[in-house]
Design a protein. Sequence first.
Length: 161
Amino acid sequence: MTSTTHRETQIVVDPDVPLVRIVREFDAPPAKVFRAHVDPELFARWTGPKGMDVRIDRHDCRTGGSYRYVMSQDGEEYAFNGVFHEVRTDQLIVQTFAFEGMPDDVALERIVLEDLGNGRTRLTSTSLVDSFEGRDGFVASGMEVGVNEGYEKLDALLAEG
């Protein structure tokens, strides 16, 4: 039986730039963490808060590709979309991220996977929004709960083997 250690997610709101930085370590090698981000079936299993159903409309995770997915719960739907600007296998994903309910607040996200050795990975995600108001709305939307619960689901998925 594989056991997982509860990992703390660091979420830092930059006071000088409209940016949010998320840092999290996983008990899995970069290739496995990367695959969980780029494989639509795996991505749908872990992204977002617990209790949300995720439907992938498209998820073409390659440089120049795009994505759209919809989270739903109790008859409410929340759609997200973006474009993959740079994808480097097991290392980097640069993408835009937009909640369709607030289409003017598009974030530029950079996800870096760092090999820590011994089958462990540090994920660092930075999300740059074009205004402090947009960034603060992003944070106030419940992002912290979605990130923490999503990464807990990702821990379980990565532990499956």
